[in-house]
Ligand binder design. Sequence first.
Ligand code: AMP
Ligand code: MG
Length: 287
Amino acid sequence: MEGTNGPVQREPPLSVKSMDFTKKLMVRTGTRVRLSHADPDGTLGFEKNAETKKLTIKAVERLDALQSLLYAENKRALLILLQGMDAAGKDGTIRHVMSGVNPQGCRVTAFKVPSHDEAEHDFLWRAHLATPERGQIGIFNRSYYEDVLVTRVHKLVPETVWKKRYGQINTFEDLLAENGVTILKFFLHISKDEQKKRLQERLEDPRHQWKFSPADFAERKFWDDYIEAYDDALTKCSTPAAPWYVVPANHKWFRNLAISRIIAQTLEGFQMKYPKPPFDLSQYKIK
Ligand code: AMP
Ligand code: MG
């Protein structure tokens, strides 16, 4: 079949037409993150129009083809990790960005309050169990970062314990990276006003009411503490092996565009090829 062993790309990468989202949104190692200085309304100059919609659709379509290559090669895995305040759009991102991907090729894991069993282990145990196997895309809806966020904000463990976790997380992510797991970490950055709007919608719209949780309402009071905890986590744990991306997320269309482009660009960077068959196919005549 024509082209099956060549690189999957048949047209110029989207970044030619658009922008290098990876470069623009990545937190460089050593940079002190201050979310209060990052604009949650940002769109990097893009506007909501038919062209940007087309770019997003194309990126999502590319993800399907690239995931199929990832599976065929069976050499490496991709881990996509999503964090953000309540109503930041973690679920919506997963729904939109992964909409075209073969469900057999990805697994979503949501990290909730640890179960009894989980709480009896070290904080990375449940995450390690959920990491994607070779050929697969794993998506973490929240993650072990909760153990330096909610845990810190609500003083669920002593400071001496959570302070050590940044280093432990970096070591864990290095281990994954050195064993073939590429890690993309997205912080969905919304403003406090936007959260208010979205929580209000959950209160008022019968289609969203099921999502309203008194916990979200209570957590909003800790907004500033969460921002401080996020500033630290994003600063201390953006490493070359596992960088953080701060994605302006007040505009859902921009969030979806940026994240789908970064994932596609990362997979394209692998320069994957379909494996050559280990036998001479010409001897097989199917009758
Ligand atoms: P949701 O994402 O809305 O389903 O909520 C999940 C909840 O689980 C959030 O309030 C998280 O803060 C909480 N959660 C996740 N991981 C942990 C953890 N390690 N310790 C305590 N709470 C957690
Ligand atoms: Mg929630």
